[in-house]
Write a protein that binds this ligand. Structure first.
Ligand code: 0X9
Ligand code: ZN
Length: 387
């Protein structure tokens, strides 16, 4: 039976981070200094107990699903098709401002859509907002979609019209449409894409498949085992979903980006592959200050704390999106882990009633970042970090 468990350790010689170095085929849902939340079979859980860790069962996976994955919990969330329809409608409502682009196709041939908004003159600063690298993180589709809707619906207000003249926005709410569809129809907790692996297992983790320091870690949170939830793939950019993002980024030369995920309420910035800080002192200060600024904006709306921290402090991974966009191009890049904070609040299965408040609190944060990046002095051409 699959369980969701909490792991703690009161022995300082046995820190929780040690557990994340052993290949146990775990699905890590929460990683805090004092508590790990894992989804795993009973056998690996027994091994962890025998190693001396304290284990407390939170709930069997089946019971978690029957509590949270109800019929009504689906309402209000997009499918790949309804997202396409709504993005098309947005684009058609303001052809002067918006254009819909297919930036690539998934393993199963679904289009990956990007909405381009705002000033099209050469030299305009461009910003990228993405969602749903991970199938089960449905709220991560809705936040970038609502950003696109807000930019269009408010386009004629003085504030938004300034942003749309100063900048150009690219919004890709669903990077992993195959996985998302599978999480709607077959397995609500599906994470990866739908690649058939040579060992018969399915799925590569798109957020381990980017080409900066790709494959340099082989641990449960960044694994070389195809059946693992964090499988890095056979080589960097082996997946059409990450190639679509790679090609868009290579052409558009973005000045900043956010990639939305869930859950845990975090504002993360590079590095993910190492616990070392960013070397460039200006970049280091800028990224941590922008993350802190976004976190403060979020907190002011409904009092929710989204902790700002370097990605590797959550857990180490190699080949994630923001390590690549920052490491390869020097783009100020953030991963925002949306609501909720804990598995007890539903984890990946956030009730649709939370979509609106999640957007309400993320709205000022995203516009804070937009305004800061649009007004920042131009970066030198050689702004790629010295690592
Ligand atoms: O593991 C991930 O890809 C992200 N968390 S999630 O629960 N949405 O899967 C976090 C990526 C941030 N990068 C690192 N932690 N290195
Ligand atoms: Zn994710």
């Amino acid at each position: 039976m699959e369980l969701i468990v909490e792991v703690r350790s009161d022995d300082p010689t046995r820190p929780l981070s040690n557990l994340l170095r052993i290949p146990l085929g775990l699905d890590v849902w929460e990683a805090n200094a004092d508590r790990l939340v894992l989804r795993a079979d009973e056998a690996p859980i027994d091994r962890i107990r025998k190693m001396g860790y304290q284990i407390q069962q939170i709930v069997p996976v089946e019971a978690h699903l029957s509590t949270f994955a109800t019929e009504v919990s689906r309402e209000g969330y997009h499918s790949a098709q309804s997202l396409e329809d709504d993005m098309r409608q947005l684009a058609e409502s303001r052809p002067d401002l918006a254009a819909l682009h297919e930036i690539g196709r998934s393993v199963e041939g679904r289009p990956i859509w990007a909405l381009q908004l705002g000033e099209r003159q050469a030299g305009t600063r461009k910003l990228l907002f993405m969602g749903c690298h991970h199938a089960r993180e449905w709220i991560a589709v809705e936040v970038p979609f609502l950003l696109a809707r807000e930019l269009i619906e408010q386009a004629d207000t003085p504030e938004m019209s300034r942003r749309l003249t100063q900048g150009q926005f690219w919004i890709v709410p669903m990077v992993n449409p195959d996985g998302h569809e599978f999480s709607r129809t077959d397995n609500r907790l599906w994470r990866k894409n739908r690649r058939r692996n040579p060992d018969g297992s399915i799925g590569v983790d798109p957020n381990r498949n980017y080409g900066y320091m790709w494959g340099t870690l082989d641990i449960p949170t960044s694994s070389h085992v195809p059946s693992d939830e964090t499988y890095v793939g056979p080589r960097a950019f082996s997946e059409p979903e990450t190639r679509a993002v790679r090609d868009l980024v290579a052409i558009q030369k973005f000045a900043g980006l956010i990639t939305y995920h869930s859950f845990s309420q975090l504002v993360l910035y590079p590095w993910g592959y190492t616990a070392e800080e960013i070397k460039d002192p200006v970049d280091r200060a800028t990224l941590s200050e922008l993350a802190r600024g976004m976190s403060e904006c979020i907190c002011q709306v409904h009092g929710k704390l989204y902790t700002p921290q370097p990605s590797s402090q959550l857990y180490p991974t190699a080949g994630d999106t923001t390590d690549w966009t920052y490491g390869e191009y020097g783009i100020p890049s953030f991963t925002i882990e949306l609501r909720p904070k804990t598995v007890e609040e539903g984890g990946f299965i956030l009730p649709a009633s939370a979509i609106r408040p999640t957007w309400e609190e993320n709205r000022p944060a995203v516009f804070y970042l937009v305004d800061r990046l649009l007004e920042a002095p131009a970066r030198a051409e050689a702004a790629v970090p010295s690592v």
